[in-house]
Design a protein around this ligand. Sequence first.
Ligand SMILES: Nc1nc2c(ncn2[C@@H]2O[C@H](COP(=O)(O)OP(=O)(O)O)[C@@H](O)[C@H]2O)c(=O)[nH]1
Ligand SMILES: Nc1ncnc2c1ncn2[C@@H]1O[C@H](COP(=O)(O)OP(=O)(O)O)[C@@H](O)[C@H]1O
Length: 201
Amino acid sequence: MLVLSSPSGAGKTTLSRKLLATDERITMSVSVTTRPPRPGEVEGKDYYFVDVPTFQRMREEGELLEHAVVFDNLYGTPRAAVEAALSAGRDVLFDIDWQGTQQLGESAQQDLVKVFLLPPSAADLEQRLRTRAQDSEEVVHQRMAKASDEISHYTEYDYILINHEVEDSLAKLTAILQAERLKRRRLTGLSSFVKSLRDAL
Ligand SMILES: Nc1nc2c(ncn2[C@@H]2O[C@H](COP(=O)(O)OP(=O)(O)O)[C@@H](O)[C@H]2O)c(=O)[nH]1
Ligand SMILES: Nc1ncnc2c1ncn2[C@@H]1O[C@H](COP(=O)(O)OP(=O)(O)O)[C@@H](O)[C@H]1O
């Protein structure tokens, strides 16, 4: 499970899309949210957009792996899709905040790789929020005001990427993923491979 968190506008969505396009072994976890869709966002691809009662029912019935309130909206990770992907041997990418990351860590610390994305500067963050041009002025203000709080959680993450150039960040994120996949404890079938290798020597 690879988690990508950042203050809003630092580039998580952009980087996630690029990683998904270049790496066949990873699946995106599509969250449910009560936030209204932005122009161009696709139901079932960017989010599952639901109303508050539906979200509450999902939470009460244990259908969410984690959930949190972010910017006054509810967000959560549907459990079934993640479990199915992991059982099929796939890696799963999460674009979730620090609250959700902490909750995933409570149940699966060993299986979690946590990456935090920082903007190069406050001015860059504000410009990115504005050039996305999908949020009202009030929403941009609200997200800038929350950015410092979000950033304060960077110490809870394994890796930090300062997102200057998207392609450079993608190369670094890919390197993190490759290295984490090569961790000895993650290599399924390794002991039998080594045994057969040694038997042949
Ligand atoms: N805990 C949690 N956070 C989520 C989930 N989905 C999205 N988020 C976070 O909610 C915040 C707001 O997301 P969004 O409204 O799409 O705006 P964005 O920050 O521009 O991507 C971001 O920090 C996301 O990482 C989720 O399922 N669980
Ligand atoms: N490395 C980057 N350099 C310049 N602009 C970027 C970079 N990464 C993302 N952006 C732009 O910044 C805006 C916010 O990016 P987005 O991926 O939506 O952020 P997040 O998902 O973290 O809120 C978008 O307009 C995106 O095109």
